[in-house]
Write a protein that binds this ligand. Structure first.
Ligand code: ADP
Ligand code: ADP
Ligand code: ZN
Length: 217
């Protein structure tokens, strides 16, 4: 499986990538997760990225491209990968094509997950993540069994600093300007599959698997 999940913040990319990779033994490449870990560990990358992420802006392409190139070349990506959060700019998309080509690989398809803006804001405001294992919850739509505690690992749940209304608005603007053009980019390459991202998580997972199946047929 070599799939790219494309969509605005809050579209459900992380939620769906987690399920896809668990089911198909592929590796999940989530640049947001990698960056947040780097910020927490105060690595050189984390120190550069922290302020940018807090404002909802994009980390420079060159840093992101190096990071993903290194990640995709690791052993665990041999069985496939699901990209979530990368590419976010045309420069990143072009670089990805080059990285994959150099590895003798290419994308099976790009699944664009469509969700209306009102639903996005609601999803992001209620998003909670586990500090232990990273699994995603929602205060209203997917609450854990015990308030503030992860069902999977008993870790503590937290709210991301960039999931506040002002930053959400900024991120949505950045998405429209920098990332939305990728939809046409992949349509032009015959790789695009569009799905409706509103509905039950399992139903959306089925839509993605169906789209991927069609792309390989
Ligand atoms: P979301 O899940 O809301 O789509 P992510 O977790 O993917 O957000 O990303 C969080 C933040 O990390 C972004 O707002 C941005 O600052 C940074 N980031 C993640 N991926 C990239 C990327 N490919 N290019 C530039 N910045 C990125
Ligand atoms: P992204 O990675 O695209 O930013 P996430 O997977 O983090 O999106 O989902 C954002 C929030 O919306 C999370 O709190 C998640 O639990 C919730 N969510 C994901 N899919 C759905 C869905 N189909 N219906 C309702 N809420 C959802
Ligand atoms: Zn957990």
């Amino acid at each position: 499986m070599r799939v790219l999940l494309l969509g605005p913040p809050g579209a459900g990319k992380g939620t769906q990538a987690d399920r896809l990779t668990a089911a198909f033994g592929a590796c999940q490449v989530s640049t947001g997760d990698i960056l947040r870990k780097a910020v927490e560990d105060k690595t050189p990358l984390g120190q550069k990225a922290a302020a940018i992420m807090a404002k909802g802006e994009l980390v420079p392409d060159a840093l992101m491209i190096d990071l993903v190139a290194e990640r995709l070349r690791r052993e665990d990506c041999r069985r496939g990968f699901v990209l979530d959060g990368f590419p976010r700019t045309l420069e990143q998309a072009q670089a990805l094509e080059g990285i994959l080509k150099a590895m003798g690989s290419e994308l099976d398809c790009v699944v664009s997950i469509r969700v209306p803006e009102a639903a996005i804001v609601e999803r992001l405001e209620g998003r909670r993540s586990c500090r232990g294992c990273g699994v995603l919850y929602h205060r209203v739509f997917h609450p854990p069994a015990r308030d503030g505690v992860c069902d999977r690992c008993q870790g503590t749940l937290y709210q991301r600093e960039d999931d506040r209304v002002e930053t959400i608005r900024a991120r949505l603007r950045v998405y429209e300007e920098r990332t939305a053009p990728l939809i046409q980019y992949y349509r032009d390459r015959g790789l695009l599959k569009e799905i409706d991202g509103v509905g039950d998580v399992d139903e959306i997972q089925s839509r993605i698997r169906r789209a991927w199946g069609e792309a390989r047929a």
